[in-house]
Design a protein around this ligand. Sequence first.
Ligand code: SF4
Length: 306
Amino acid sequence: MSALANEFSWSHARHQVFQSCLKRYYFAYYASWGGWDPAAPARPRELYLLKRLSTRQQWAGHHAHQAIEFLLKNARHDSAGELAAAVEARQLEIMRREFRESRAGAYRADPVHVPGLFEHEYRLDVPPEEWKAVVDRTAQAIRRFLASDVWRDLRGLPDDDLLAVERRAHFTLDGLKVYAVPDLVVRRGGQVLVYDWKTGTADPAEHRTQLGIYALLALDRWTAAPDEIEAIAYNPVLDRRESFAYSADDFETLRDFIRDSADEMLFPLENPEANAAGDGANFDCAADDAPCKTCPFLRACPRWGA
Ligand code: SF4
């Protein structure tokens, strides 16, 4: 069993899970803890396996991100454009392999390394044309990204100005670790630009808050001046870009948002000092079943008779 301590930390993703359903939050951040270890008891093993599942939409988004990451790390200086030309086929081949492995249930033996799909775990009847649409969406995201001004600008940047590519990092707020994974951070013309690739249909107000957390990371790591930071949500499927700037007051509001959210998260814990959640009795199921439709913990949830 893992001896790694489950320390309390904050991230925007964690905040979103907490807001969607307390029971799901308990499963994801407490009851599944240590389940990556083959020697862990059956319950955390099973919950960890479920936690790792992706819906087909999440899976498509992940592959669009992975392809862009590959381009940024490998293809910026490929003047012949061979790597860029091959990236779509390369990524779709990875998707085909993962699909076959997921359908065969390979993730059950190794949930750490083998991706599993929610639709396969729960034997959902998804017609072939819907699977094809998922793959087409990823292919379209890659093609549009390669044709975009964003890619043209990024290709011209010196390597030293690429500050972070898909790197998980954290800053500290009142002693609390706040994690953030911006898709890309670059320096250009005296500005620090923080990018997030968006392939879904989330609310733009959510984008402003989520990218604000990344901007706080930039303020901690790469510049002390709020007006030198621009955060950009770029949707490669639609070739749509939203830009956000944050004043010193905005940053203070974001810090308060994190403090309030973290306080809320600590409230249901049995022992907040030890980050101990107890048996989960304090974590209720969501008031309605809207978040259940894509919840990986369906099988483990008391609402559904587990
Ligand atoms: S199935 Fe629904 S109620 Fe249960 S943990 Fe998931 S979101 Fe919450």
